[in-house]
Ligand binder design. Structure first.
Ligand code: C2E
Ligand code: MG
Ligand code: MG
Ligand code: MG
Length: 278
């Protein structure tokens, strides 16, 4: 009995794995098609100054307009894109779209300092990123100082020596650099101080409990103080309530992003918000 039930268990799992593997292959093929058929969309989330509330910039965030499943958030396809190697094409496309969009906003007179674009750790650890960025800047004509690249703290600390070299290359192109999801990636402070970055993005998991959670408050305070000591701007992610914005501003945090200021939205809508924020 034990033997047969053992066999059954085995076949159950193996069938399950096959189903999962098939679903994955299907999703991968669909995503490849999505790229070719223009089903990806770039949404933009506003970034505001905490002192006077002015909108300073926007972060580009990819979505997949799936023919049956509707608007699919990046968390549901970026990890698979990273494993399958499609991430390079996706990030390159988002980068180009964001640069073109920023050029258009500036032509329309929008008072935006920068557009921020996420760079996958998979891409970051490969060599051609700086060439790719240089090419897109040359093609679009965007002033490099108006482009900010976001690299996660864990991607940087995975291979810090290599990250330092890559960030220096990117920096020499004149782009801005931000460390995303800061606080979740075990930074060595000795290494952090040598990185040529402009900004720390305090991860939203530490903003969620503000202002009441004492531990979140302590971490937020520590990161803001660290940023100030290193001459970096600190941006708090995931601000959903006014009292969180006020609390962070009082701690000396200069920038904020989150649903309280605005959700990620199509480019046309963001410009309407930007105009009204002037
Ligand atoms: P991220 O770069 O840390 O982006 C911030 C995420 O927090 C976004 O989720 C945004 O919609 C969400 N968010 C912003 N404000 C709030 C808030 O007040 N409350 C809550 N609960 N959430 C908020 P999204 O758009 O789903 O993106 C998730 C992650 O996917 C991003 O995290 C980034 O790591 C990745 N991602 C998005 N677009 C791209 C891309 O073009 N390339 C790559 N490689 N990764 C991307
Ligand atoms: Mg980001
Ligand atoms: Mg983040
Ligand atoms: Mg994140």
């Amino acid at each position: 009995r034990a033997k047969s039930s053992g066999r059954q268990t085995f076949s159950f799992y193996s069938q399950d794995m096959t189903t999962l593997a098939r679903q994955r292959v299907k999703l991968e093929a669909e995503l490849r098609q999505a790229l070719e058929q223009n089903q990806l969309r770039v949404y933009y989330q506003p970034i505001h100054r905490l002192d006077d509330g002015r909108m300073l910039g926007a972060e580009a965030l990819v979505r997949w307009q799936h023919p049956e499943r509707g608007l699919v958030p990046p968390g549901e396809f970026i990890p698979m894109a990273e494993d399958s190697g499609l991430i390079g094409a996706i990030d390159a496309w988002v980068l180009e779209q964001a640069c073109l969009q920023m050029c258009q906003w500036l032509q329309q007179g929008a008072q935006l300092e920068f557009v921020a674009v996420n760079v996958s750790s998979r891409l970051f650890s490969r060599g051609e990123l700086d060439l790719r960025v240089a090419r897109v800047l040359a093609q679009t004509g965007l002033d490099p100082a108006r482009l900010e690249l976001e690299v996660t703290e864990s991607a940087v600390m995975d291979d810090p020596d290599r990250a330092l070299e890559l960030l220096q290359h990117l920096r020499s192109l004149g782009v801005r650099l931000a460390i995303d999801d800061f606080g979740t990636g075990y930074s060595s402070l000795a290494r952090l101080k040598r990185l040529p970055v402009d900004k720390l993005k305090l991860d939203q998991s530490f903003v969620r409990g503000l202002p009441n959670d004492a531990e979140d408050a302590a971490i937020a305070r520590a990161v803001i103080t660290l940023g100030q000591s290193l001459g970096l701007r600190v941006l708090a992610e995931g601000i959903e309530q006014e009292e969180q914005a006020v609390f962070l501003r009082e701690l000396g945090c200069t920038l904020g992003q989150g649903y309280w200021f605005g959700r990620p939205q199509p480019a046309e809508q963001l410009l309407a918000t930007a105009a009204s924020a002037l």
